[in-house]
Design a protein around this ligand. Structure first.
Ligand code: HEM
Length: 430
């Protein structure tokens, strides 16, 4: 079975490729070009995500191609211990406990702890757009990638003047691990990743030096460890920060861009949202199913496993095709239709499933829900430009729009944002 994430068909119309994989006989296929096993059905992807004894995470953050020796030398100097997406038992249950205790992850706690930051940052960015009536803007750099990064910097207590560096480091990590850089680029990206890791270590050490008594995430994580390395080490706190700065950035940016794309590419959908924002939570859930920001995720088999009569040997890297699983007709009726009113949209696997389930799911939903509300209120005539063609950055795991050009048409009288403030349950549920 051939699937090339760097080829034009997958970059412009991934759903056609997922359909081909789902329709092929046998639920599991080896892809010789990528050196990966493809797992596509909803049942198998769900099982693999939830079964760490068979499908481990140890290689989830390891490049999917043979890294050149010079870049490898640099990568080996990144001594960040596995704490989240790359950790397996017995480490992961302990670090996951730390994450759950320190990072708000239920809709109510997220709204209480992070809501003020999210609303302030959304208002800043939306007002900046609304102040340019008639302008042609690119919503990707001006909104969708900017917001999640600003929110993360605020949460973690990272100085805003470092935003450019953090953006480049995080983008570089995604390109190094899940992209296909040439050897010279691999070396450059590996050096940048090493710098990023040292930056996270210095950030945590500085906070420790300041007494770590703030209400930012780093201080909370240091307080949680309470000087006890068996709970969490200082280096593990730095490693969690290193992971959060990437995990919470391109992912949420992807959700925002996919949601805006779905909303604006059908003007009636956008008008419905402008007139009644109550449908936003269901709209976001269907966006997550239909156009996941992470549509392929890696696992490595820890023992032989047989699925649908096919045996995957121990030590094999597997690409769990979340995008395909979300379109599996065995679970979703008319899966290629975007229908926010489908009853089972929340069965999507876009935030994972099981022990590694995304810790930032409620935060991502809060950010996306707030953006849609505020944008629909402030710029009701917003529309994509007529020359817009969808295209995505080449990547095995992340599906990110390159651009989303739009016209800032204020249209009808904008509604006051205060009239639209939704409760956490309204924008984060589902
Ligand atoms: C739409 C936005 C997002 C998507 C689609 C997404 C997707 C995912 C997926 C698929 C996983 C599962 C990984 C696995 O099973 O190995 C995951 C885990 C994780 N996510 Fe997200 N994520 C999003 C937003 C966020 C945000 C905003 C944060 C934090 C600021 C975050 C932090 C994490 C962390 C730390 C993990 C690892 C948890 C663990 O291994 O226990 N994510 N995410």
């Amino acid at each position: 079975m051939r699937l090339n994430p760097f080829d034009e068909p997958y970059l412009t119309d991934p759903a056609a490729v997922w359909r081909r994989v789902l329709d092929a006989p046998g639920g599991v296929h080896h892809n010789p070009d990528l050196g990966l096993w493809l797992i596509s059905s909803h049942a198998h992807v769900r099982r693999a995500l939830a079964d760490p004894a068979t499908f481990g995470n140890a290689l989830t953050l390891v490049p999917t191609y043979d890294v050149c020796p010079e870049a490898l030398q640099v990568i080996l100097r990144i001594d960040a211990p596995p704490t989240t997406a790359a950790a397996d038992p017995p480490v992961h249950p302990r670090t996951r406990r730390a994450l759950r205790a320190t990072f708000a992850n239920t809709p109510d706690r997220v709204d209480q702890r992070y809501g003020p930051i999210v609303r302030r940052r959304v208002d800043e960015l939306v007002s900046r757009l609304a102040a340019r009536p008639g302008a042609r803007v690119d919503l990707v750099p001006e909104l969708t990638t900017e917001l999640p990064l600003l929110v993360l910097l605020d949460l973690l207590g990272v100085p805003e003047h470092d935003i450019g560096r953090v953006r480049d480091w995080a983008d570089g990590q995604i390109a190094l691990i899940w992209g296909r850089p040439d050897p010279a680029e691999q070396v450059r990206l590996a050096q940048s990743l090493l710098e990023f890791w040292h930056y996270c270590q210095r950030l945590v050490e500085a906070r420790l030096g300041d007494g770590a008594d703030g209400d930012d995430y780093v201080s909370l994580a240091l307080a949680y460890r309470d000087g006890d390395d068996s709970r969490l080490t200082v280096t593990e706190v730095a490693s969690i920060v290193f992971n959060l700065l990437v995990a919470g950035h391109e992912t949420t940016a992807g959700l925002l861009a996919h949601a805006l794309d779905q909303a604006l590419s059908v003007p009636e959908r956008w008008q419905a949202m402008v007139e009644d924002p109550a449908g936003i939570p269901a709209f976001l859930t269907e966006t997550l199913r239909y156009a996941p920001a992470i549509d392929g995720w890696l696992r490595v088999t820890r023992r032989d496993v047989t699925l649908d009569g096919v045996t995957i040997p121990a030590g094999a890297r597997c690409l769990l095709l979340i995008g395909a699983a979300n379109r599996d007709p065995a679970v979703f009726a008319h899966p290629d239709r975007f229908s926010p009113d489908r009853p089972d949209a929340s069965d999507h696997l876009s935030f994972g499933h099981g022990p590694h389930f995304c810790i930032g799911a409620a935060l991502a939903r809060l950010e996306a829900g707030t953006v849609l509300q505020r944008l629909a209120a402030a710029i009701p005539g917003l529309r994509l430009t007529s020359d817009h063609r969808r295209s995505y950055k080449p990547n095995v795991a992340f599906r990110a729009h390159r651009t989303l050009p739009a016209i800032v048409d204020i249209g009808r009288t904008p509604r006051p944002a205060a009239a639209l403030v939704a409760s956490a349950a309204e924008v984060t549920a589902g």
